[in-house]
Ligand binder design. Structure first.
Ligand SMILES: [Zn+2]
Ligand SMILES: [Zn+2]
Length: 144
């Protein structure tokens, strides 16, 4: 490997790390406290998640675009608990991938099945939002 290529790959790693610039997200991930866990309610799903309030809020509003019901965010364990036994145990198992959102990230402490489901929802929501943004800007352009 040439020195130039080595430098290139090093800066890639540094960039990947710096995507989470939100200090509140970082401190939420650092704290092992269960207090930091929020619960995202989406359709039949109850997903334990960690992140700062702002980014959890953004995450739930993006997921909200994929459902006709309202996605809800609780800062305490929901009254009905978590139905899925895998998700109930998930916070004790590791690791959980981070889902980057703008300058922060959310970690879904769900079983692998529900984790991939919430990630799919999130990406679908992002696409919907991009589409909505694109169509509204087209509208503005044509009205000029
Ligand atoms: Zn954050
Ligand atoms: Zn689950």
């Amino acid at each position: 490997m040439s020195p130039a290529a080595f430098q290139q790959s090093q800066s890639d790693v540094a960039e990947g790390r710096s995507t989470i610039r939100c200090e509140e997200c970082q401190s939420a991930f650092r704290s092992e406290s269960r207090q930091a866990i929020s619960f995202l309610l989406l359709d039949q799903l109850t997903i334990p998640a960690i992140g700062c309030d702002d980014h959890l809020e953004q995450f739930s509003s993006i997921c909200n675009l994929t459902t006709t019901e309202t996605a809800d965010l609780l800062d305490h364990r929901p009254a009905g608990g978590i139905c899925c036994p895998g998700c109930r145990l998930a916070p004790n198992n590791s690791p959980h991938p981070m889902i980057p959102i703008q300058d922060g990230a959310v970690v879904a402490l769900a079983c692998s099945e529900h984790q991939s489901e919430i990630v799919q929802r999130f990406h679908a929501g992002l696409q919907t939002r991009r589409y909505l943004t694109a169509s509204s800007s087209t509208l503005t352009d044509s009205s000029l």
